[in-house]
Design a protein around this ligand. Structure first.
Ligand SMILES: [Zn+2]
Length: 273
């Protein structure tokens, strides 16, 4: 069995316009932290006053020398968007209603949707800001001689991931049209993945088109289709070019269980037997 990693590192870089803040408490700064942990432990016994007296009286002394190699365990805190890195968007991200009902949040996505037969559709011939149409999807299915099955996980390959780390990753990518998204969802697909910043075209391309036409259908058509019919999509996949077949492999992307959130980070993989 071979597992192909289809996720990016979560890290601050030029392809992520939203900031990621990381605070690290290193192993070497641990003795102070160790004392704090002991203090917190006493607080959790609901004996706060006694704990303070005990701590202050100096009966317990934790210093660097208390730990092997004079190092304590480290700790990191990270502040980032739920849409940072490779992640799964839930229907609740798309609007307040889905099929007229309350939409599923990320913690409510059935895990059965997140593991299944993967299908790669290749649209590397599409230029920046070009739309992937329903005809393109049908033609590609014909080319690879595949008929979509219920719960297939369709991966849209554009090779935009090769721009990762550069600003143009954000504004030079193709995107799925509403009709192409609709076609996949109506064929029984619950999860669509793409190796771009968004399933839709880049933000500036959509906004420019809207200013030109005054047609609100130009704005986030694939996302907003998720209000009409329930589906999820994965954004910022990578390595789709490393999957050696178009179908006949398993795909897996369990989201982190963030309660009532509209998206969550995934470790997406292709499994090849
Ligand atoms: Zn997203």
């Amino acid at each position: 069995m071979k597992i192909i990693d289809l996720s990016f590192n979560v890290e601050p870089n030029l392809s992520e316009p939203m900031s990621i803040k990381i605070k690290t408490r290193p192993h070497s700064g641990g003795s102070k932290f160790g004392r704090k942990i002991i203090f917190m432990g006493k607080r959790s016994l609901k004996d706060k006053a006694m704990a303070v007296i005990h701590y202050m009286s100096g009966k317990e002394r934790i210093t660097k020398k208390s730990f092997p190699d004079q190092e304590f365990i480290n700790e990191q805190r990270i502040s980032l968007s739920v849409h940072t890195g490779t992640h799964l968007d839930a229907p609740s991200h798309f609007g307040t209603k889905c099929e007229g009902k309350r939409p599923k949040t990320i913690d409510e996505i059935p895990l059965e949707w997140c593991y299944g037969n993967g299908v790669v559709l290749n649209f590397c011939n599409k230029g920046p800001c070009e739309e992937i149409s329903v005809e393109d999807v049908k033609k590609e299915l014909e080319r690879i001689e595949y008929c979509l099955q219920e719960n297939d996980i369709v991966l849209i390959r554009t090779d935009t991931d090769k721009k990762w780390g550069k600003p143009n990753y954000f504004y030079e990518a193709p995107g799925m049209s509403r009709e192409a998204t609709k076609f996949l969802v109506e064929s029984g697909v619950k999860i669509i993945g793409i190796d771009c910043y968004s399933l839709d075209k880049p933000f500036m391309a959509m906004v420019k088109q809207y200013y030109r036409t005054n047609d609100k259908k130009c704005l986030w058509p694939a996302h907003f289709y998720g209000r009409e019919k329930e589906y999820c999509h994965i954004e910022r996949l990578t390595n789709l070019d490393k999957i050696p077949m178009n179908y006949g492999f398993k795909f897996c992307c369990f989201p982190i269980k963030l309660k009532e959130m509209g998206a969550a980070w995934v470790r997406a993989v292709a499994i090849i037997e």
